[in-house]
Design a protein around this ligand. Structure first.
Ligand code: BG6
Length: 505
């Protein structure tokens, strides 16, 4: 686990380009298209993973032309080279690599609620098509109904017609069920690819390998050896310009039943029989089904007030644009989950997520039980510090293990050390914004990294008691730049535990 052990990455496995399909992007002028889809297509083009016959049709309600859209996107791609805050910040844009994507772009003006938009599209489309709904959630159902109405989801002569749906998928159990019913009235489950971008992260996908490909870890990943597990997704940014979206949404809906539950599934599900999409999705669905609905007493919500973030003053949530001055929307959630499976009998899972916190950290910390019997447990020192394994998802990518060793010196005293591994030290970095694999997998029809309806509905069911209880409940305030509200500390203190401080890897 030392950098000196780093060996050159062996040549990566040869991957074939995706089949030559047409990608139709609804929301061609939107942020997601510019910030993530185009960089992902650029990276796929750089990796020679797009076929010559690949085409992209952008649809949006504003006026534009093919050339206009190409120029707009070219400018945005260039701007990333000087924008270090963007997910994609290459030193330069390779003209040939981007040219491959740019030359395949065409634009169509169209209102998403007008049947004419879809009739026109039907005239322009044949063969394999992926429809990407890079639009606000209120359009998901209507667009799929229009696609179905125009016959665009009929899979004829062996061609595929797939639909990629962004999050949020519903805003509670009832709306998620209603949306699923709308989709399944127009096509079959296999045609719908529900995105959770956390699954596009290499470090999240790697959890399967870490758990199930290591004889040292697999046997101890259960209640006999694990005391509790923490899952954290802390951000330093506030809601920025997203107040209008965030006000009716809040941290619970924005992060928990989707992103945090995906991390939960990866860390807690049983071993799938194989690595097939359905085997993995079955294992996840069974896990989600075993999560007990969270009692409101096991959850805490908070909202950031003005504070200091990395030395700079930050306004409170209520002073952000498009946010009510008396808003009770939470920007922080902490909760305790119980999983009813023999593997996790008596092991609490503590989840937390928040905006404007001390540090940006997405990680899973597995706290092991100390050895049952140990000569190091004495009358003077009855406690042995438990081992902690941290799966570091973002922005650090790797793993760390905190264990006890002998402190050098004449006497036998324990000292604490942390062994760390970073992916970057072992593998050549590949350019990725996280959407490359998701787009590629959808084109080749691999649904492993996409969410199935049953898991989505199960996750909403687990948080339903909180959605109900929090409708009229006040939020607890925490200072921007802190580790969250004090209620979150009390939630763990009740069980004789404490959160790991943020920013200590
Ligand atoms: C999005 C949420 O889905 O995930 C955002 O809507 C959040 O509020 C983001 O900031 C976090 O994703 P990441 O990949 O930056 O950790």
């Amino acid at each position: 686990m030392d950098k000196t052990d780093a060996r050159p990455t062996p040549p990566s496995v040869q991957v074939d380009p995706a089949p030559p399909c047409t990608l139709v992007i609804f929301g061609a002028s939107g942020d997601l298209t510019k910030r993530l889809l185009m960089p992902a297509l650029y990276n796929l083009s750089g990796g020679k993973l797009l076929a010559d016959g690949f085409k992209i049709i952008g649809v949006d309600h504003n006026d534009n032309t093919d050339d206009g859209w190409r120029d707009d996107l070219t400018k945005t791609m260039q701007s990333f080279t000087t924008d270090h805050t963007s997910e994609f910040h290459p030193t330069h844009i390779d003209e040939t690599v981007w040219g491959f994507v740019r030359d395949r772009l065409t634009f169509r003006k169209g209102d998403f609620s007008e049947p004419a938009t879809f009739r026109d599209l039907a005239g322009a489309l044949s063969g394999d098509v992926v429809f990407y709904l890079a639009v606000s959630a209120r359009f998901f159902g209507p667009i799929v109904e229009q696609l179905g109405g125009a016959g665009l989801l009929k899979e004829e002569s062996g061609a595929f017609r797939r639909v990629v749906i962004e999050k949020p998928f519903g805003s509670d159990l009832a709306s998620a069920k209603a949306l699923n019913a709308k989709l399944l009235a127009q096509g079959n489950e296999g045609q719908f690819f529900r995105i959770d971008h956390f699954l596009g992260k290499e470090t999240v996908q790697s959890i399967l390998a870490i758990r199930f490909a290591n004889g040292m870890l697999e046997p101890v990943w259960r209640c006999k050896h694990v005391d509790h597990i923490e899952i954290t997704a802390a951000e330093t940014i506030g809601v920025e310009a997203r107040g209008a979206f965030y006000e009716p949404t809040g941290a619970l809906r924005d992060m928990v039943p989707n992103h945090l539950f995906q991390l939960l599934c990866m860390v807690a599900m049983e071993a799938p029989d194989t690595l097939d999409a359905e085997a993995i999705r079955d294992a996840k669905a069974r896990l989600v089904e075993a999560v007990r609905p969270v009692p409101p007493a096991d959850a805490v919500r908070g909202q950031y007030a003005a504070g200091i973030e990395h030395g700079k003053p930050v306004v409170g949530y209520r002073d952000e644009p498009n946010v009510a001055k008396d808003s009770q929307t939470e920007t922080y959630v902490a909760l305790k989950l119980t999983i009813d499976t023999p593997r996790w009998d008596g092991v609490p899972f503590y989840l937390r997520t928040g905006k404007c916190m001390t540090d940006r950290v997405t990680e899973i910390a597995v706290h092991f039980k100390p050895p049952a019997r140990s000569p190091f447990r004495t009358a003077q020192e009855p406690e042995i510090e438990p081992d902690i394994l941290r799966l570091r998802i973002d922005p650090e990518q790797g793993m760390s293990v905190a264990i006890n060793v002998k402190r050098p010196g004449p006497q036998m005293h324990l000292g604490r050390v942390t062994a760390t591994f970073d992916y970057g030290d072992f593998f050549r970095e590949t350019q990725s914004v996280g959407y490359e694999t998701l787009l590629y997998d959808c084109m080749i029809g691999d649904a492993t990294l996409f969410q199935r309806a049953d898991s989505i509905e199960g996750a909403w069911a687990a948080v339903e008691p909180l959605l109900r209880a929090w409708r009229d409940a006040p939020v607890e305030m925490y200072a921007a730049g802190s580790d969250g509200p004090s209620g979150a500390d009390a939630l763990l203190a009740r069980d004789g535990r404490a959160w790991l401080p943020l920013g200590e890897g």
